[in-house]
Write a protein that binds this ligand. Structure first.
Ligand SMILES: Nc1nc2c(ncn2[C@@H]2O[C@H](COP(=O)(O)OP(=O)(O)OP(=O)(O)O)[C@@H](O)[C@H]2O)c(=O)[nH]1
Length: 237
């Protein structure tokens, strides 16, 4: 097969410079964080399998990869489950190195507390600040989730407190029950995937715009005629 000649190379150049993910979307990388046994693993498994599985080994940080549909498009997602052993001291998060690495890696975050555990709610603000420090770009999507919404008799965090916190931090908030409502869990992940995909598309648009090579100006017709005449007259001489 013949390779493209110079002129077709010129046409291809701007396209080849665009990263391949312009045509095929990149993986969506999400992290689920929360202090204590707030239901992180249960939420992820519920979203990916539709099943609520009650008992998990204390989580050491599983990474889940799946193909899912977001607004009709198939996308590949990776979800990092994280250990709940996050300590908050004087408003600052103490965490393992692996968790810090995960924070850098992720492009969208679910911050989960349990409505039955006030201290898990109190850790959301420091976690949020930590993410903002790692990602100073304010666009990174973060969603606050109050889980275990079915355990009303054991409620320690009022729905209003979740809403207020989200308003204060400028994020979105949802109260859900992983055990009782698959759709709530699904909404949470779908929302985050959509937000991350929007960012992918806008960043690819920016890269594409900056990678387009300006097209050389084509000589105008008068100029071509003049050069043609010149060439002819020099041959006649
Ligand atoms: N009633 C009720 N229980 C839940 C819900 N979500 C999770 N659980 C239970 O809460 C416990 C902890 O859930 P996990 O998913 O292991 O929590 P985790 O945040 O991953 O915990 P770590 O591994 O300690 O980080 C389990 O017994 C779950 O069955 C819920 O919506 N309602």
């Amino acid at each position: 097969m013949r390779l493209p000649t110079m002129s077709t190379n010129f046409l291809l150049a701007p396209i080849l410079e665009c990263p391949s993910d312009f045509f095929q979307s990149r993986d969506i990388k999400l992290a689920v964080l929360g202090a204590g046994s707030v239901g992180k693993s249960a939420m992820i498994v519920r979203f990916l399998t539709k099943r609520f599985i009650g008992d998990y080994e204390p989580n050491t940080g599983n990474l889940y990869s799946r193909l899912i549909h977001v607004e009709g498009d198939q996308v590949s997602i990776q979800i990092q489950d994280t250990p709940g052993c996050i300590q908050v001291q004087e408003g600052f998060v103490q965490m393992l190195d692996s968790l810090s690495r995960c924070m850098k890696w992720a492009e969208g975050f679910l911050l989960v507390y349990s409505i039955t555990d006030y201290s898990s709610y109190q850790s959301i603000r420091p976690l949020y600040r930590h993410i903002r420090k790692v990602h100073p770009d304010s666009k990174i999507p973060i969603l606050i989730v109050g889980n275990k919404g079915d355990l009303l008799h054991a409620r320690q965090v009022q729905t209003n407190e979740g809403i207020q916190l989200a308003n204060e931090l400028g994020t979105v908030f949802l109260e859900i029950s992983t055990s009782e409502n698959y759709h709530g869990v699904c909404d949470v992940f779908q929302y985050l995937c959509k937000e991350v995909s929007k960012l992918h598309h806008s960043s690819c648009g920016d890269k594409r715009r900056s990678s387009i090579i300006p097209r050389p100006k084509s000589p105008n017709v008068q100029d071509l005629k003049r050069r043609f005449k010149q060439a002819l007259s020099s041959k006649v001489k």
